[in-house]
Structure formats: structure tokens, C-alpha cells
Design a protein around this ligand. Structure first.
Ligand code: RP5
Length: 161
């Protein structure tokens, strides 16, 4: 059974950004579930989801949140699945608040944190984790890398011409 990726976000206002992660996962044919749970507004639902995520077939959890972004850390506290935090630029502090809130985890409780608004990269990192034991997924990732390389080289050829 293929492991699913959970895409969790603190508010529906995060959805336009987190859709980039969903889209990347779909491109890579990785099953995912999307939920709105907040570390502050729905702490019990967030904790309950993370506590049962492994037995419910998830392999990685993505957590996108802005402002005082404690969602990734709150989920990580309830599971030993890898949690990837996406700090979201949704305040007057341009996402620096969310970046620091997500990345500065205490020792013993890691959250892998991508760049501010790095939802697509979070999905790619989740895919690379799942590809450790999935050679078909690894092949799709390698193909994506080859296409990316070719696009850049094509731009260089156009520049030279
Ligand atoms: C965070 O506060 C959410 O993740 C969102 O990025 C931000 C603003 O939420 P809303 O006030 O738009 O619901 O908890």
C-alpha cells in the first residue's frame, strides 16, 4: 500500500499557496489528503490527526501556517512521522515570523522547514522521502529533474543565440 502525504494548513487562507504542494503531489502520482487544522484554533483536532496519521496510512506530513506558525511543531509533537513545515507569508512581517516559529524547534523534536512559501519544495521533499523505498516514484523524480535541467539549458541556448 502506497503511503499518503498529509497536507495540513492552519487556515483556508493558506489554501492558494498549499495548492502548489497538492499539485506537485498529484503530478508525482502520490496520494494525499488535505485538511485545515490549526495549532491554536483546533488544537485537539490537529493533535488527533497527527496521533493517528501513521496507522491511517500516511508517510509524511506537510504543515503550512503563517504568523505564529506552531502547526508543524504541534503535529511533530504527536508523531514520529517526518513533518515538513511550510512557513507562509500571511502577515505584515512577510513570513519571517512564520519561518522562525516553524524552524526554531527545540532539540529532540525536529521539523524539516522549507523556504517561506516553499509549498512545492515541501511536496518534492516528501516525495524524495517516500522514494527511499519506492523505485517507481524515484524514477518519476529523476525524470522531473532531467526535464528541469533541459529547460534551463534550453534557456541558455536561447540566450546564446
Ligand atoms: C495562521 O494565521 C494561518 O496559518 C494563516 O496563515 C494565518 C492567518 O489566518 P486567517 O486569519 O486568515 O484565518 O494561523
Amino acid at each position: 500500500m502506497k503511503k499518503k502525504v498529509a497536507v495540513i494548513m492552519g487556515s483556508d487562507s493558506d489554501l492558494p499557496l498549499m495548492e502548489q504542494a497538492v499539485s506537485m503531489l498529484k503530478n508525482l502520482q502520490i496520494p494525499c489528503e488535505v485538511h485545515i487544522y490549526s495549532a491554536h484554533r483546533t488544537p485537539d483536532a490537529a493533535a488527533d490527526f497527527a496521533s493517528h496519521a501513521r496507522e491511517n496510512g500516511f508517510g509524511v506530513i506537510l504543515a503550512g501556517a503563517g504568523k505564529a506558525a506552531h502547526l508543524a511543531g504541534a503535529l511533530a509533537a504527536r508523531t514520529t512521522l517526518p513533518v515538513i513545515g511550510v512557513p507562509i507569508r500571511s502577515s505584515t512581517l512577510d513570513g519571517l515570523d512564520a519561518l522562525l516559529s516553524t524552524v526554531q524547534m527545540p532539540s529532540g523534536m525536529p521539523v524539516a522547514t522549507v523556504a517561506i512559501d516553499g509549498a512545492a519544495n515541501a511536496a518534492l521533499l516528501a516525495a524524495q522521502m517516500l522514494a527511499i523505498e519506492d523505485t517507481e516514484l524515484m524514477a518519476r523524480l529523476e525524470q522531473m529533474r532531467r526535464e528541469q535541467t533541459e529547460k534551463v539549458l534550453e534557456k541558455d541556448r536561447a540566450l546564446q543565440a
